[in-house]
Design a protein around this ligand. Structure first.
Ligand SMILES: Nc1ncnc2c1ncn2[C@@H]1O[C@H](COP(=O)(O)OP(=O)(O)OP(=O)(O)O)[C@@H](O)[C@H]1O
Length: 424
């Protein structure tokens, strides 16, 4: 009888997904609003990354619309080179994203560890990421924050785009809100001329340059210097550039870093820009069909014996976390919630990729979000055509004004990562 009371409560896998469905494993990362840890689904035994966001912190940082928007956009995509959403749910304390697990670390981590990456590795990643970027653009979504920190490797060394925190839908109407990480921002964002999805191709060019030459193409000690450099400085190559990159590679990077979006690589309408890029001689060694089915062997395989992430996150979780993550039943009474908490409660809806269909890259699953998804999430039954359905307005979005004026050592850090979030 005594034993019976210690038996774990059986998990209802047919019911709505919750933290009870997962075994919590090690901590692998820390984001602005929460942590990321490896989890295993108790029924399927599949491993995933669980990203959890503390609701109170999220309200304090005025990031509720971003989190809801990220959840909504992720529901719309499924691509081999995107860190796809598999489940979403919430409890009283946290919002949870269950994502494809990437055990190979992010490209910032590898760049810092190795100094730079060989050209053939970068070419492989640019090819994989351009497939993801094209898919997003065909789905009416621009990412707006492509940078090495947001590119994650799986254990076989395939690159995946992540962090849809400031991604938005786009339409023919250009956006003017300044958002992204400044060093990777296209000139048309900074000069406020209005921009569209072409900005992602520019950011990919900045990443390729930085990964090969271990410095960024445009730099500045202050934000205004950086803005000037991005919008006016001629593209320069390091003195030893030819030792690190072929002429064809430099031509692709130059094409991606064209200030005129109508000439920039990748940007011609109706997918023609992407097709042109694929046909470029630099990519001669890439077999695009086997690339997109992940049958090609990556020229860089992360060392499986080394942790490809900062081990201090796990240590911090073990030693310093006074409120460790634990599956908890929800409170029955949700009456006294603040407006923001209620918004999260209502709009951060549950998601289960096994039960809901979505727009997929994979041809056998190629369809727009089904009515089932739409009903469950309270969304319209097809992808919104304009940013009007986005939670965050594209106007009134500012880079933190004070940050723009910062001088000195903070600037370098900020240039590395100004995560200008869009808030109401
Ligand atoms: N799917 C994943 N698989 C493995 N590790 C991940 C995954 N997603 C994130 N991580 C790790 O966790 C770290 C934090 O990720 P997260 O997206 O929460 O933070 P962030 O980049 O600051 O984003 P945000 O701005 O949304 O908080 C990443 O740098 C990465 O090392």
């Amino acid at each position: 009888m005594g034993a019976a009371c210690c038996r774990p409560t059986p998990v209802d896998f047919d019911g709505e997904v919750s933290l009870f469905h997962f075994v919590l494993l090690r901590c692998v990362g820390k984001g602005a609003f929460g942590k990321v840890r490896v989890v295993q689904h108790k029924q399927t035994r599949d491993l995933y990354a669980l990203k959890y966001i503390n609701k109170t912190k999220c309200v304090k940082m005025k990031a509720v619309p971003n989190v809801i928007q990220e959840r909504r956009l992720l529901e719309e995509v499924d691509h081999p080179f995107i860190v796809n959403l598999r489940y979403a749910f919430q409890d009283d304390e946290n919002c949870f994203f269950v994502l494809d697990l990437m055990l190979g670390g992010d490209l910032r981590f590898h760049l810092e560890r190795l100094g730079s990456l060989p050209e053939d590795v970068v070419k492989f990643y640019v090819a994989q990421l351009s497939s993801a970027v094209e898919f997003l653009h065909q789905s009416g979504i621009m990412h707006r924050d492509i940078k090495p920190d947001n590119i994650l490797l799986d254990e076989r060394g395939n690159a995946h785009l992540t962090d849809f925190n400031i991604a938005v839908h786009f339409s023919e109407r250009k956006l003017t809100g300044v958002a992204g990480s400044m060093a990777y921002m296209a000139p048309e964002i900074l000069t406020k001329r209005g921009y569209t999805c072409h900005i992602d191709w520019w950011s990919l060019g900045v990443c390729a340059y930085e990964l090969i030459f271990s410095r960024r193409p445009f730099r500045g000690r202050t934000n205004s210097d950086l803005t000037y450099s991005i919008s006016k400085d001629p593209l320069k190559w390091p003195e030893d550039a030819e030792k690190k990159c072929t002429r064809a590679g430099m031509l692709v990077i130059k094409g991606l870093l064209d200030r005129d979006p109508s000439r920039r690589f990748g940007c011609k309408p109706d997918g023609e820009g992407y097709q042109e890029l694929r046909r470029h001689p630099w990519f001669k060694s890439i077999d695009w069909d086997t690339l997109e089915t992940k049958q090609q062997v990556s020229p860089f395989i992360p060392d499986p014996k080394k942790a490809n992430f900062d081990a201090s996150h796990e240590l911090e979780e073990l030693l310093l976390e006074d409120n460790p993550l634990k599956a908890k039943q929800r409170k029955a009474n949700q009456d006294n919630l603040s407006a923001e908490m209620r918004q999260m409660e209502e709009q951060f809806t549950s998601y289960d990729f096994k039960k809901m269909q979505r727009r997929s890259y994979y041809p056998h699953n190629q369809q727009l979000i089904s009515t089932a998804t739409a009903t469950s999430s309270g969304l319209a039954s097809s992808r919104p055509e304009t940013p009007a359905n986005d939670l965050r307005p594209e106007h009134g979005v500012t880079i933190n004004g004070e940050s723009m004026e910062l001088q000195g050592p903070e600037v370098e850090e900020m240039n590395k990562e100004i995560t200008e979030k869009e808030y109401r």
